[in-house]
Write a protein that binds this ligand. Structure first.
Ligand SMILES: Nc1ncnc2c1ncn2[C@@H]1O[C@H](COP(=O)(O)OP(=O)(O)OP(=O)(O)O)[C@@H](O)[C@H]1O
Ligand SMILES: [Mg+2]
Length: 238
């Protein structure tokens, strides 16, 4: 069973003369432990697709299955799934600058049901922060870190709830080459714990390290290829 399966997804923004058909009938599956790269020109709908698949935007039409079950429509259920199932990584990091690294990374754990106690939240944050090599920065404020370090904080936050699927929207766009490489290595290493990764990117170096590359154009899927040389995780079906 696919971890995520979308069939005929469409998304329209706005109404009347402001109407934009951002996605038309897109079908895509992500397997367990698989890394999929989404590529395509600016405006082709990559972020829109990530937002639909990650339940941060409602679909206009089409079907979305999460582990074989239709994605919920009630906001409460969607919020819960966002918290338990997904990890998110944004281009601009979305880190709270004035907070410490530890406080940033515990954010996803604050909404978990059943609740996780404060002590355990901090312990899990510490482990996540150490796993991205930033143990020394736990008590530092995010504003005092470099861009690459902040992005590693964002990765720690994306994995602290042990998500099944990490959704990353151009996670390396603001980084230099060496740092971008390191961030992608960290991101892809999440496959080892069974997580899948869906990443929108303009960078072919990022795409070639993923298991599968899906090319988008003008609101639809244009082409798809499998990378035989990508270091694969433990795959399930796709
Ligand atoms: N909130 C919105 N309201 C109206 N139109 C939108 C909205 N968000 C995106 N769009 C439009 O939908 C289309 C797809 O946008 P999207 O952000 O998904 O593209 P993208 O592939 O992620 O581009 P980029 O590579 O520049 O990030 C674009 O034409 C965009 O202008
Ligand atoms: Mg985008």
């Amino acid at each position: 069973m696919a971890l995520l399966r979308a069939s005929g997804l469409s998304k329209t923004y706005g109404q009347g003369r402001l109407r934009v058909e951002a996605l038309r009938e897109v079908s895509l599956s992500v397997g367990v432990g698989e890394a999929v790269a989404l590529m395509g020109p600016s405006g082709c709908g990559k972020s829109t697709l990530l937002n639909l698949l990650g339940l941060t935007l409602p679909v206009t039409s089409g079907e979305l299955l999460v582990r074989g079950e239709p994605a919920p429509t009630r906001e409460r259920d969607r919020a819960r799934l966002r918290n338990e199932f997904f990890g998110y990584l944004h281009q601009e990091f979305a880190i709270v600058e004035s907070d410490t690294v530890a406080a940033n990374v515990t954010i996803p754990l604050e909404y978990t049901r059943p609740r996780i106690g404060r002590r355990q939240r901090l312990e899990r944050a510490r482990r996540a922060v150490e796993s991205v090599g930033l143990g020394w920065a736990l008590r530092r404020r995010a504003a005092e870190l470099s861009g690459g370090e902040r992005q590693r904080v964002a990765i720690a936050r994306a994995l602290v709830n042990e998500p099944h699927l990490v959704i990353a929207d151009e996670p390396t766009a603001a980084l230099d080459l060496a740092t971008a490489r390191e961030i992608v290595t960290l991101l892809l290493s999440m496959r080892q714990r069974g997580a899948s990764i869906l990443v929108a990117t303009h960078d072919p170096r990022v795409a070639e390290r993923c298991d599968r590359v899906v090319a988008m154009s003008d609101g639809g899927l244009a082409a798809e290829r499998t990378n035989p040389h990508a270091a694969t995780g433990n795959h399930g079906s796709t």
